[in-house]
Design a binder for this molecule. Structure first.
Ligand code: NAD
Length: 285
């Protein structure tokens, strides 16, 4: 299956990173968003991030210019996906929104095109069930920041075909990533393992077992984690963490995934981590 043209639907944090790496791989990229402003900001972010790679001599100026020229933007999903081989959806983590977009992608993308979601926790099988091509629907879970992080968790829905899986595994490798194939269960592997650890660190804080710095230092120096779980939760966003824990709790029906009350309290207060300036730590604007 040839993969030359890709649409990235949603030009936020993850969408601009995916477009960046796809353009550097030599793919023709259509970046789609409902907001013109967001598209302009995404292009600016991609240019800034590529400039940094030029300064670090990881690419030449000519390579940057060629990659940027391969990205076209549009606010029309129909226009954006009409002749692509792959569409990667990276809109906000809301199930109903994703279902609606996949219906639109299914109607507008060519029959042969693979439809992928970058979802962190929504069932690929359920998304696929909204389309007429469930065998060509798959999860491509990139990590943040996309140009830096090596992993792509490739998630097979119940109906995802071997051919589709093979195509996105090969494409991920072309993009310089390490794809890992997993099956569709709540939280996949990444968040099924990460979120309970973060949640337990928050319980430690709530119960007074240790201060945030103590908890993070134990995990950094004792377990060789590059970042402590509380600092990582602040980076991911505490609302996002709560959201994913709620999915795990609801879908797996096991109380070991119950979100820590302190996490709920922080989110209710608007202490969402780095993006709001305050979470388990405080951040300068
Ligand atoms: P974001 O809020 O930064 O970006 C989402 C973008 O989608 C926005 O620009 C918004 O304007 C656009 N959008 C909304 N509705 C749309 C529509 N109907 N059509 C086209 N565009 C639309 O979100 P994000 O952090 O980039 O997350 C995107 C997805 O990636 C989510 O599913 C999230 O769970 C997943 N994810 C996020 C991270 C992370 O660390 N941020 C990591 C892995 C996976």
């Amino acid at each position: 299956m040839s993969m030359d043209g890709v649409a990235v639907v949603g030009a936020g944090t993850m969408g601009n990173g995916i477009a960046h790496v796809a353009a550097l791989t030599g793919l023709d990229v259509r970046l789609v968003d409902v907001s013109e402003d967001q598209l302009a900001q995404a292009l600016k972010a991609i240019e800034k991030n590529m400039d940094r790679q030029v300064r670090k001599e990881r690419m030449t100026e000519a390579e940057r210019d060629e990659a940027l020229a391969r990205i076209r933007t549009t606010t029309s999903t129909v226009e954006g996906v009409k002749d692509v081989d792959l569409a990667v959806e990276a809109v906000p983590e809301k199930a109903e929104l994703k279902y609606a977009i996949f219906k639109e992608l299914d109607e507008s993308a060519p029959d042969h095109a693979v439809l992928a979601s970058n979802t962190s926790s929504i069932s690929i099988t359920e998304i696929a069930g909204r389309t007429e091509r469930p065998e060509r629907v798959v999860g491509m879970h990139f990590m943040n920041p996309v140009p830096v992080m090596k992993l792509v968790e490739v998630i097979r829905g119940l109906a995802t075909s071997d051919e589709t899986t093979r195509a996105v595994v090969e494409l991920s490798e072309r993009m310089g990533k390490t794809p890992v194939e997993v099956n569709d269960f709540p939280g996949f592997v990444s968040n099924r393992v990460l979120m309970p650890m973060i949640n337990e660190a928050i319980f430690c804080l709530m119960e007074g077992v240790g201060e945030p710095e103590a908890i993070d230092t134990v995990m950094k120096l004792g377990m060789n984690h590059p970042m402590g779980p509380l600092a990582l939760a602040d980076l991911i966003g505490l609302d996002t963490c709560l959201n994913i824990l709620e999915v795990l709790h609801r879908e797996l029906g096991d109380d070991r995934y119950r979100p820590c009350p302190l996490l709920r309290k922080y989110v209710a207060a608007g202490w969402l981590g780095r993006k709001s300036g305050r979470g388990f730590y405080t951040y300068d604007a």
